[in-house]
Design a protein. Structure first.
Length: 261
């Protein structure tokens, strides 16, 4: 039997003493979520492919007084994940894993190359499997852990030229549910966040496309793009004791887009 959370009120969301790894956190949504977890008290391990970018971000965090470190490695390479995760776990437990890294390679499906397909599946989906596969056992052994996968409204709906990405994000939703099903009984909660349209580097071509921008603002009940900081409340909730009986859910943070026709 798992003990019910002893904390109440705002303390339920306190992450003091927890160690979190956030993949793809040198910019965009990952950076905002990393900042939010650090503000809630966690020590955050930033991850990305460029060591220079990570060091730059880590030093800004450090100057602000937050506990942060950087681990640059390619999360779509299984050997690298196994080795680097082994080293991180030798330094201490990882309580929170945010599988956030993502990327696009847009093309109509009838023109898409096998490489474009595999690249997008590897970065958005297989990376989350590898990280969960190699960090999960230590969480299960301690009977404590939180895995949060950055899904997408494209886990549910898509549009032309995003077939590989939608297939990957749909897969990530089902990986979330599969892990939740297997791990809930050992007190490891696995959930997803499904962002709608947020203005980031990844979506810059869309933000700058006047017709698309207008369409998104009309199509989204909230009438605007999301600001990456608007994911913080959800990620802190899913990383904290406040969500100890929440398993296999995808929380869509999309300004109401999926709720409306
Ligand atoms: C697009 C966008 C989306 C967003 C996001 C939505 O082409 O429509 O790039 O795929 O990136 O993932 O949640």
């Amino acid at each position: 039997m798992t003990e019910p959370a002893a904390r109440r009120g705002a303390g339920l969301f306190d992450l003091t003493g927890r160690r979190a790894l956030v993949t793809g956190s040198s910019r965009g949504l990952g950076l905002a979520m990393a900042k939010g977890l650090a503000e809630a008290g966690a020590h955050v391990i930033l991850n990305g492919r460029s060591a220079d970018d990570l060091d730059a971000v880590a030093s800004v965090f450090g100057d602000d007084g937050f506990g942060v470190s950087a681990a640059s490695f390619d999360v779509s390479d299984e050997d690298e994940v196994r080795n680097r995760v082994g080293a991180l776990l030798a330094d201490g437990p990882i309580d929170i894993l945010v599988n956030n890294v993502g990327g696009h390679a847009r093309a109509p499906l009838e023109e898409m190359s096998g490489e474009q397909w595999r690249e997008v599946l590897d970065i958005n989906l297989t990376s989350a499997f590898y990280l969960s596969r190699y960090i999960g056992p230590s969480m299960l052994e301690r009977r404590r852990g939180k895995v949060i996968n950055t899904c997408s409204l494209m886990s549910e709906a898509c549009r032309p030229t995003t077939g590989n990405y939608a297939a990957a994000k749909g897969g990530l939703k089902m990986l979330t549910r599969s892990l939740a099903t297997e791990w809930a009984g050992r007190n490891v909660q696995v959930n997803g966040i499904g962002p709608g349209y947020f203005a980031t580097e990844l979506t810059r071509p869309l933000v700058e496309d006047a017709a698309f921008n207008e369409w998104i603002c009309k199509r989204t009940p909230a009438g605007r793009w999301g600001d990456p900081d608007e994911l913080i409340g959800t990620v802190v909730f899913l990383a904290s004791d406040a969500s100890n009986y929440v398993n296999g859910q995808i929380v869509y943070v999309d300004g109401g887009l999926l709720a409306a026709i």
